[in-house]
Design a binder for this molecule. Structure first.
Ligand SMILES: *Cc1c(COP(=O)(O)O)cnc(C)c1O
Length: 355
């Protein structure tokens, strides 16, 4: 018998971010702000004198100290990853035994199930409410019934844009004491309900952060896990030793030490989302087929009857957003990008209403 890919691999296709050149990219929830010039200059200097012939620091000491400094926590409980995607892959794969069960909430970030399935874990999905919010009581009940070994969800959530208040997350972690609860706070810089300063007090919780969104370093591929000493030791032991390259370590350490610039960038991104949201809500007032969900992130989720048509229409006008079946997820762009997007959505809706 000639070699054949196993059935897990056979149907897979590479991750396909939108191909081609588009004027306006509002599909990946990145920051639209380039690095401030002083940060870029410092970073170039750092990278110019790195010892490229040597392996990088396996524990990312300087990087983790800079991250911990920015969030005012203890670096002893921080593990760096090659993007938080790598940490999600480790947690849903190597951190469990083969065949254990990972629970996800739906809708949520699709990579949780993807990595869990790739590692041959069982997955169960717990539906959210009609308005896309999370009912903690229902999640607790579902976990008691289905007995997963891990629960992973994003807070605030990609793609819904909505968040779960701190007390509710605490209640979930406490109630599910024999489940490892992974809280992915990729968008928490845009909101104020983080558990980052208290997560180490729990025996069963891991918190994830990333440089890819509010921090504006998606190209650096840097993610972080914060957890108690036992979990941190295990994560550091199971990850690949040189998972974060020297350039990213230096770049991240440099970027994260510029607290003031990062705070300012965050405010700009929040203002851009508020502007986009207000504009979309204005359109929803005029065109009843458009439904706009609340957001505490840097993107806005909308629903309408003809999402595919609107997606294609925007694309043909040089604007890409994220198409998600019943929904479109739109990243906040700069003022010009937001107003171009709103103008084209309005053109579409005005025409759509007449056909
Ligand atoms: C963007 C995003 C991440 C970040 O992934 P990186 O690998 O750090 O770029 C993680 N979780 C969610 C929910 C995201 O939307």
């Amino acid at each position: 018998m000639p070699y054949q890919l196993n059935e897990k691999l056979r149907g897979l296709t590479p991750y396909d971010p939108i191909e081609g050149e588009y004027r306006i990219r509002l599909d990946a929830n990145e920051s639209f702000l380039p690095l401030p010039p002083n940060v870029r200059a410092q970073l170039q200097e750092r990278i110019a004198c790195l010892p490229f012939e040597r392996y990088p620091d396996p524990l990312c000491g300087e990087l983790c100290r800079a991250f911990a400094g920015y969030y005012d926590i203890d670096p002893a409980y921080v593990t760096a990853g090659n993007g938080s995607d790598e940490l999600i892959s480790i947690l849903t794969g190597s951190f469990l035994m083969k065949g254990q069960t990972v629970a996800t909430l739906e809708p949520d970030f699709s990579m949780y199930r993807f990595y869990a399935s790739a590692a041959e874990m069982k997955t169960v999905s717990i539906p959210k409410e009609e308005n896309l919010q999370i009912s903690v009581d229902k999640v607790i009940d579902a976990c008691r019934a289905q007995r997963p070994d891990m629960l992973i969800f994003s807070n605030p959530c990609n793609p819904t844009g909505q968040g779960l208040a701190k007390e509710e997350v605490r209640r979930l972690i406490t109630a599910l004491e024999d489940v490892l609860v992974v809280v992915d706070e990729a968008y928490m810089d845009f909101w104020d309900q983080s558990l980052i300063s208290e997560v180490i007090r729990y025996d069963n919780a891991v918190l994830l952060r990333t440089c890819s969104k509010a921090v504006g370093g998606a190209g650096m591929r840097l993610g972080f896990a914060v957890a108690n000493q036992q979990i941190t030791n295990a994560l550091r032991a199971i990850k690949s030793p040189y998972n974060v390259n020297s350039m990213s370590q230096a770049a991240g350490a440099c970027l994260l030490s510029h607290k003031q610039e990062l705070q300012q960038a965050k405010e700009t991104l929040i203002a851009a989302r508020q502007e986009l949201q207000a504009g979309l809500e204005r359109l929803a007032g005029a065109y009843s087929q458009l439904c706009v969900y609340p957001s505490c992130t840097n993107f806005v989720l909308v629903a309408l009857p003809h999402t595919k048509e609107l997606f294609d229409y925007l694309k043909s006008n040089g604007i890409v957003v994220r198409y998600m079946g019943r929904y479109l997820r739109i990243t906040a762009g700069n003022p010009e990008e937001n107003s171009a997007l709103l103008q084209q959505v309005e053109n579409f809706l005005a025409h759509d209403a007449t056909v």
